[in-house]
Design a protein around this ligand. Structure first.
Ligand code: BDR
Ligand code: CA
Length: 313
């Protein structure tokens, strides 16, 4: 058997984060070294608790969960309760977790883990604002060349923004952190709204997950039922975009996605377009290519993979 891909999941759960965590924990190709929580969709005391709830739902309470940054580098925290509900995980009735949070800070865990594993063997999967990652890079820049890659959900270009007309939520919440990450020279695979808006939780797809018939299948369907209602109203679609699991799916089956290497620069100055991901898709500048930006997804293949994996938990 080939070695499992070692990953750290940095996240602000969030229903779609939760499904991404379940997908990772269900997949034998991946070794989840730890989950680091960040403030984003809801404040930190909820995101770290939600991460633990999901580990317990998956039957994996031994997964180390760490608490990270309580607010963005420079700005006040912007949250998204309108989308995710008051708890961030509205939908199913999940029990309070009994597994404990790990002692220590998420940023120290990221640094120690990257420094103690062989260079080029740890991938960071980022599903929320990039605050923890930027703090780790600023605190110990020696980690940058040792990180295998960052696979992130964030940004948008052809689809523009979802929280302002020009910015996607994860980047908008902490644009300064995103700026640090895109300037780090770490290989980046980026899942922007251009991809995730094609991964819709249609009725048929959610029903297939519910039909798994296990507690995980039922809870996931309930998470998605709650999560999609906001975007269905907003976009008039059958189902909402299932953003964060695209990150994990790329690690498992990269052939489901297509995109190209280009330069991504973050707008950090403009009030009007703060947090915009300026993507040089058409190569009209000579700015260096710093990310593999995805644009398309085989959505049926993605949901087939997700459903098959969730059935294993
Ligand atoms: C991103 O923002 C959050 O609301 C979701 O969890 C996802 O990570 C989509 O813009
Ligand atoms: Ca998220």
């Amino acid at each position: 058997m080939t070695a499992r891909q070692k990953i750290i999941i940095d996240t602000d759960p969030g229903q779609d984060d939760a499904v991404a965590i379940l997908l990772a924990l269900a997949s034998p190709e991946l070794e989840v070294l730890g989950i680091t929580a960040v403030a984003g969709n809801v404040p930190l005391h909820l995101t770290e608790r939600n991460a633990r709830k999901i580990c317990e739902l998956a039957g994996r309470p031994e997964t180390p969960v760490f608490k990270g940054a309580i607010r963005p580098l420079l700005r006040h925290l912007v949250t998204a309760e309108a989308v995710h509900g008051k708890t961030g995980l509205d939908g199913p009735d999940l029990p309070e977790p009994s597994m404990k949070l790990q002692p220590g800070h998420a940023v120290d865990f990221i640094i120690d883990t990257v420094m103690h594993h062989n260079a080029g063997t740890v991938t960071l999967c980022t599903l929320g604002p990039l605050t923890n990652i930027a703090l780790a890079l600023n605190r110990d820049p020696r980690i940058a060349p040792r990180i295998q890659r960052i696979v992130m959900m964030g940004g948008g270009y052809f689809e523009q923004g979802n929280v302002t007309p020009s910015a996607e939520f994860n980047i908008y919440v902490d644009p300064h952190a995103a700026d640090v990450v895109f300037g780090s020279h770490i290989p980046i695979v980026m899942m922007p709204l251009d991809v995730t808006h094609k991964a819709l939780t249609t009725r048929k797809r959610v029903d297939a997950i519910r039909a798994i018939g296990t507690p995980v299948g039922k809870a996931t369907a309930e998470l998605l039922d709650f999560f999609e209602r906001f975007d269905e109203t907003k976009y008039g679609t059958d189902g909402g975009p299932l953003h964060d699991p695209c990150v994990i799916a790329w690690l498992l089956k990269p052939e489901l996605f297509s995109g190209r290497e280009c330069n991504v620069t973050i707008e950090t100055m403009s009030e009007l377009t703060l947090g915009a991901t300026v993507i040089d898709w058409w190569y009209v500048t000579d700015r260096p290519r710093n990310a593999h930006v995805m644009r398309d997804i085989d959505a049926d293949g993605f949901f087939a993979l997700l459903t098959e994996r969730l059935a294993r938990l």
